[in-house]
Design a protein around this ligand. Structure first.
Ligand code: SAH
Ligand code: SF4
Ligand code: F3S
Length: 432
């Protein structure tokens, strides 16, 4: 049996794609391995979102060189968004690469592994119609499931519309079938993935409709979805947060900036006020929802005043969790060509201030849980004997402490009381 080692960079969709790539190679006689040294094939599933992410691929390839020199039969492939953006340029820069495959053509992986080459087609046919059914391997209790892919929004800073292509929704029947397969392998929680997941419109169904159908699968206890765009937050989806017990109270809703001027320049197509009013409606439906977001500092033209508006929005919105980045100009995107470049040091200093504010909010959200009841999906063993680690409804990391009784099984959902909040996780005791 040959072995494949996969490394995924970037977003959750790359993790999901990576699993499906490995599965696509099972019929060719491959089994997965965590150890690159024992692999016959190394696949890098890459991310192009910021310069640092894209450059990481080349440093990792450099590090693989001695391995390849020692074992010329070792195959190295580059997949994902850098593959899509750079194509054959990757092989010119790093001739040790045997093949390059984009995010929409990896169902052709077995052929590429055998013959080498560059495949960055965005074919008419969907890869999902050609990938093998999910094999019968044991899975972790939480899984990702792509329901929508690609983006038509063209935010001025972003490469995703170019690397993932146009927005496409998968057929709801197929998605339900895949979730049933996952549930049959012990999966309890599915996170529905899409670059604009709430724009889902497969077979006339909205994301809320799809969530309703998935909630009827018995083994699936928890449903999440990510990433949402504020302009696609439908009334029925907001309503689902009030009505659907299996839909978890967590929402990743990026806003990027709190300045209307910057939002306009970013082509986000909504104002800061519209975002805040939307949050009010969502919180009216589900008052305890944990809010998460993405932010960019130093977008071209961003003034000190614009940045203050971002801080003001964050103070009003109250995030339980967030990701924030310094603007990185990306080749081929409209913003990369623009005047008004912000000094990278100024952008870094703003990022630092923003992160201090967001970290404080995250702490406050964690501390507010102390003394409260929660339910934890147990995902793995903790570091201490008898300790288990998992996630709460609000996607907070929780350690379930040993209490003398038999510790809960992986995949169990256990009622707990939160006893303490650490910097990165909560500590809890079982109540049942
Ligand atoms: N589809 C999602 C996010 C996609 S990328 C959405 O619409 O929000 C994830 C995050 O990376 C973005 O939300 C943004 O905050 C950040 N990002 C994207 N392009 C970037 C760039 N050129 N420089 C810095 N951050 C960027
Ligand atoms: Fe990128 Fe904007 Fe599309 Fe999100 S909505 S993937 S940030 S272009
Ligand atoms: Fe990166 Fe592509 Fe995801 S650029 S963030 S891997 S969609």
């Amino acid at each position: 049996m040959k072995k494949v080692h996969l490394k995924a960079y970037g977003c959750q969709m790359n993790v999901y794609d990576g699993e499906r790539m490995v599965e696509a190679l099972v019929p060719s006689g491959y089994a997965p391995t965590d150890d690159p040294a024992e692999a016959d094939l190394i696949l890098l599933n890459t991310c192009h979102i910021r310069e640092k992410a894209a450059e990481k691929v080349y440093s990792d390839l450099g590090r693989l060189k001695p391995l390849k020199a020692a074992r010329p039969d070792l195959k190295v492939g580059v997949a994902g968004c850098v593959a899509q953006a750079e194509g054959g340029e990757i092989v010119r820069r790093q001739p040790m690469v045997d093949f390059v495959v984009g995010p929409q053509s990896y169902h052709r992986l077995p052929d590429l592994v055998a013959k080498g080459g560059v495949d960055t087609d965005m074919p008419e046919e969907s890869k999902f119609d050609h990938l093998p059914a999910r094999p019968k391997v044991r899975r972790a209790p939480a899984a990702f499931l792509t329901v929508q892919e690609g983006c038509d929004k063209f935010c001025a800073f972003c490469v995703v519309p170019y690397t993932r292509g146009a927005e496409v929704s998968r057929d709801p029947g197929r998605i339900v079938a895949e979730a049933e397969e996952l549930a049959a392998r012990g999966v309890r929680e599915v996170t529905l993935l899409g670059q604009n997941v709430n724009a889902y419109h497969g077979g006339g169904a909205t994301l809320a409709d799809l969530i309703g159908r998935l909630a009827r699968i018995e083994g699936i206890a928890r449903i999440r979805y990510t990433t949402s765009h504020p302009n696609d937050m439908g009334e029925d989806l907001i309503e689902a947060h009030a009505a659907e017990a299996k839909l978890m109270p967590y929402l990743h809703l990026p806003v990027q900036s709190g300045s209307d001027r910057v939002l306009k320049a970013m082509n986000r197509k909504h104002t800061a006020e519209a975002y805040l009013r939307l949050l009010e409606r969502i919180r009216a439906a589900r008052p305890d929802i944990a809010l998460s977001g993405d932010f960019i500092t130093g977008f071209p033209g961003e003034t000190a005043e614009d940045f203050e508006a971002t801080l003001a929005l964050v103070r009003e919105a109250r995030y339980a969790h967030a990701f924030s980045f310094r603007y990185s100009p990306r080749p081929g995107t409209p913003a990369a060509e623009r005047a008004g470049r912000v000094d990278p040091e100024v952008a870094a200093e703003r990022l630092h201030r923003l992160q201090a504010l967001l970290t404080g909010q995250q702490r406050a959200a964690q501390e507010a849980m102390v003394g409260r009841e929660a339910a934890v999906l147990v995902e793995r063993d903790g570091r201490l004997p008898g300790q288990r680690a998992g996630k709460s409804e609000h996607l907070m990391a929780v350690h379930v402490e040993p209490d003398g009784a038999e510790p809960p099984a992986i995949g169990a959902i256990v009622p707990v009381r939160i006893a303490a909040a650490g910097p990165n996780s909560l500590s809890a005791v079982r109540t049942g």
